[in-house]
Design a protein around this ligand. Structure first.
Ligand code: FMN
Length: 339
């Protein structure tokens, strides 16, 4: 499945404007699979980004799509902002808006039509998997459909629905737990992988989460078909990670898996924001509601360059990573194949 890549390496999709189209194209031009993060983008924004990537590379790249299901009850409406979030916003402004709104997000159909129209070759899903009719439509256009999973039951479900490949996300991974059940892979990933390989011997598996460039050969030797790296790419000079976030990541810190910022389990750098929200009793349990409830606060903290309150999704292994030019990271990864 990854024969057309020079190296079986995927640059993880990272939503939130952290990775530009130029960045994705550079990664794909180097011979890895660059990824466009579709999460939270409108159809027009995503189309524009895909076209910008296509203008800079003829190599394949991936588009990642969040599967949110039916949002009709929460989108396009205003909701009361939790007092806990309002209190934190008062650290940055006197004019706190007691409400927030959830925009209308693209439907699965809109995303599927978009990637088909734009001739994308690889699509991955996060927080769920495509409906059978979407899988059929994508596969009829020879698009490779990849599912991000965090448990064995998710792997079985996605393969039964026609997934061409599976991303196994390990618990060390930075960012959200990509799966759609509440089970998170434990450290015995190799055991689970062995089971998965017995059940699905012909399905390619991509492993993600806390992988350092130097460790890539170990995962390929264990018969994973490809590796996906997120935080290593995020720390390169060319990402849009803020200076403040970069400095905090490179200093000693702890990370924590928590739902308090977005309503979904994600690995965050532990700071006052995480600590204060963890004590709150009024956070929304519905994922997208808490995401949009805290969005303004996160923007304020970012603008104020406040290391205690910026929200940083990052790998458990981040302190072992380097802040370096993207070309150096690509060469370092390529070298791990020669050694
Ligand atoms: C800042 C950040 C944003 C992320 N956004 C996404 C996303 O939009 N879609 C997705 O499937 N995974 C996302 N992830 C998770 C990655 O795809 C991947 O599983 C993880 O980053 C790999 O672990 P690593 O960061 O330890 O290399 C994100 C991770 C980070 C660090």
């Amino acid at each position: 499945m990854f024969e057309e890549l020079k190296y079986p390496v995927v640059q993880a999709p990272m939503a939130g404007g952290l990775i530009s189209a130029d960045f994705v194209a550079q990664v794909s031009n180097f011979g890895f699979l660059g990824s466009v993060a579709g999460g939270y983008l409108s159809v027009d924004e995503l189309r524009q980004m895909i076209r910008q990537v296509k203008a800079k590379t003829t190599n394949p790249f991936l588009v990642n799509i969040f599967i949110f299901g039916d949002l009709s009850e929460i989108e396009n409406t205003t909701h009361p902002k939790p007092q806990s979030v309002q209190e934190l916003e008062r650290l940055f402004t006197d004019q706190v808006n007691p409400e927030f709104s959830v925009p209308v997000l693209p439907s699965e159909d809109e995303y599927v039509n978009l990637v088909i129209e734009e001739g994308v070759k690889y699509v991955s899903s996060t927080f769920g998997f495509f409906l059978p009719k979407s899988v059929d439509k994508l596969k009829s256009k020879n698009i490779k459909v990849i599912a991000s999973c965090s448990s064995m039951s998710e792997v079985n479900h996605c393969i039964a629905r026609g997934a061409d490949a599976i991303i196994f996300q390990r618990s060390e991974a930075g960012g959200h737990k990509s799966g759609f059940t509440n089970i998170i892979f434990s450290d015995s990933i190799f055991g689970l992988f062995k089971q998965a390989k017995i059940l699905h011997p012909n399905v390619p598996f991509i492993v993600a989460g806390g992988i350092l460039p130097i460790e890539i050969p170990n995962f390929l030797a264990a018969k994973f078909n490809a590796v996906q790296l997120g935080s290593a790419f995020l720390l390169t000079h060319e990402s849009n990670l803020s200076k403040c976030a970069r400095e905090v990541i490179l200093k000693p810190h702890e990370t924590v898996v928590s739902k308090v910022i977005t309503g979904r389990n994600a690995r965050w750098l532990k700071n006052k924001l995480l600590e204060r929200l963890s004590l709150a009793t009024d956070v929304y349990k519905t994922p997208l509601l808490q995401h949009y409830a805290t969005l303004e606060l996160r923007r304020m903290a970012q603008l104020a360059e406040s290391p205690d309150y910026i929200a940083i999704l990052i790998s458990e292994k981040a302190q072992q990573l380097k802040s370096q030019p993207l070309s150096d990271l690509c060469l370092e990864i390529a070298k791990s194949f020669d050694d």
